[in-house]
Ligand binder design. Structure first.
Ligand code: HEM
Length: 517
């Protein structure tokens, strides 16, 4: 189909994509294009109808007969082999355009408008409408989303604020190290920690609560409070049911049991967050002084600044807890799992940590900034195990050009980050865990900036990135300083599965050997 009028931004994106698509290689952001090339390129633009891809029945076959429901990340790679880097899939009423090339992911992300939308999140939003709850940064859209982010961003993303959370996180790390010792002694014959991912989940929950609420939740004590256990269960249920619900049209949700379980899970998540917000409000009221400075934990700041209503604070805090636990804990689990299999890397990391923090010194935010190998280990973990293996984007504002296709407004894209992370043209030897890929130096190879974007890109990128990194750096550096980590000699390899996020399929158990012993 021939398009007559495209904006210059679309044409730039489109021509770059065309050049990259036709040459089968990386585009160059600085490529300038003459108008005759533009007209030539414009003539070649295809539409969504021209895209190949599986039908709804074929998708169901792939998901439920071939078993890719749990390995949707792997399905990205399989489909890419069949259809190339751009194809469309049908999920019930949804048509999704899959994008599995670093160039084309860049094109989609660079053409996003002022208010990017990940997906319409109908199932999450419907719950909020049902219960009259406010939206948070994950579910809000448009100018309202921008307003919320402008309030939430500074204390989550500005380095000086984020570093100030290090002491609180370090307290949680100290408790986790103590818990590892207790777990080994109480049920691990002196060495083994069973269900490491579950334990790290408790760490991450405790960690994010200590940052956001300046409160401890007791997750790392011998008896985890019942409410917290139920919260953990509800998060799991909500993520398990989300991809099932989207297979059904919204009109049938009230009649299916999945929806009732989904609502019950959200009810519990909001209940826990509500209790935390009200506890903090009571605390603030008891010591409130007029004209006092806005200081304290994240929630204190949000409540005292009065830029959001209490309902809005609740909506945002719930979504922060939700987004900030599995993501961080799964990443640390995979990092430890890989390091346990790579003693030389573990030793290199141990040397770095003891050099920067000799003796009993506990690392600060500034110290971890001096540990490039630590950062490289986490970075490589996020490449091999992108906890968000596929990320959605809807084009709201305008039509966009990707590759040699023109897509209408409201096209739902699925950015296949997992497939691109294993593209050997982007990352040579992609199945090898190689932290050195991310170290600066003479051997550094150039990498496509959109080959691995684990925290997303642009103004809608992860809100908790800096806090998550700080948590992961502090925990990993201190664990490796304290323990030598080894695989379970009787264990089998643990594979990733997709439960909205990339998670370990089976329980992970590792040996933790005390270095001082
Ligand atoms: C290893 C840890 C984490 C990873 C890999 C991760 C990754 C991501 C990704 C890929 C997105 C989507 C970005 C996009 O669409 O461009 C996202 C969004 C988000 N993340 Fe994270 N995240 C992590 C930890 C956290 C933490 C600790 C928090 C909370 C403190 C958090 C809060 C959020 C929120 C609220 C959003 C939605 C932002 C919006 O739509 O405006 N994340 N994250």
């Amino acid at each position: 189909m021939l398009r007559k009028s495209l904006s210059s931004r679309q044409l730039r994106g489109g021509v770059r994509g065309l050049a990259a698509g036709l040459a089968g290689s990386r585009g160059d952001a600085s490529t300038s294009t003459s108008s005759s090339t533009v007209v030539g390129a414009e003539n070649q633009l295809k539409t969504m109808d021209d895209l190949g891809g599986p039908s709804f029945m074929a998708t169901l076959y792939w998901l439920f007969i071939k078993g890719h429901f749990k390995t949707a990340h792997q399905m990205q790679i399989e489909h890419m082999k069949i259809y190339g880097p751009l194809w469309k899939s049908k999920y019930g009423p949804l048509v999704v355009v899959n994008v599995a090339s670093a160039d084309m992911i860049e094109q989609v992300l660079r053409q996003e408008g002022r208010h990017p939308v990940r997906s319409d999140m109908t199932h999450w939003r419907t719950y909020r409408e049902l219960r009259n709850q406010a939206h948070g940064p994950l579910t809000e859209v448009g100018a309202e989303w921008q307003r919320i982010r402008s309030i939430l961003n500074p204390r989550m993303l500005k380095p000086k604020h984020v570093s100030s959370y290090a002491p609180a996180i370090n307290e949680v790390v100290t408790d986790f190290i103590r818990r590892v010792a207790w777990l080994k002694e109480s049920g691990g014959r002196g060495v083994m920690v069973h269900d490491l991912a579950g334990e790290l989940y408790k760490f991450a929950f405790e960690g994010i609560c200590s940052v956001v609420f300046e409160a401890r939740m007791g997750c790392l004590e011998a008896e985890v409070p019942e409410e917290t256990q139920k919260f953990i269960f509800s998060v799991g249920e909500m993520f398990r049911l989300s991809p099932v619900l989207v297979l059904f049209p919204r009109s049938v949700w009230p009649y299916i049991p999945f929806w009732k379980h989904f609502v019950a899970a959200w009810d519990h998540l909001f209940k826990v967050a509500d209790a935390l917000v009200h506890r903090k409000m009571a605390e603030l009221q008891s010591k409130a002084q007029p004209e006092q400075e806005v200081e304290g934990a994240y929630l204190t700041h949000l409540l005292l600044s009065e830029r959001m209503t209490v309902a809005e604070v609740l909506g945002s805090i719930t979504e922060l807890l939700l987004a900030g636990v599995d993501t961080t804990s799964n990443t640390i689990s995979w990092a430890l799992y890989q390091l346990a299999r790579e003693p030389a890397m573990q030793e290199q990391l141990h040397r770095e940590v003891t050099r920067v923090c000799p003796g009993d010194r506990v690392p600060s935010g500034d110290d971890v900034a001096q540990m490039p190998y630590l950062k490289a280990v986490i970075r490589e973990t996020l490449r091999m195990y992108p906890v968000v293996p596929g990320n959605a984007r809807v084009t709201v504002d305008s039509e966009i050009v990707v590759g040699n296709h023109l897509f209408p407004k409201k096209t739902l894209f699925h950015l296949c980050h997992y497939a691109v992370s294993f593209d050997e043209d982007v990352f040579p030897d992609p199945h090898a865990f190689l932290p050195q890929r991310w170290l600066r130096g003479p051997e550094e190879t150039s990498k496509h900036p959109f080959g691995s974007v684990p925290f997303g890109f642009g103004i809608r990128a992860c809100l908790g990135r800096r806090v998550a990194e700080l948590e992961m750096y502090l925990l990993l550096s201190r664990l490796i300083k304290h323990y030598e980590v080894r695989p379970d000699p009787a264990g089998t390899p643990v594979k990733p599965i997709t439960r909205t996020l990339l998670c370990p399929e089976t329980q992970m158990q590792l040996q933790f050997l005390d270095r001082s012993a």
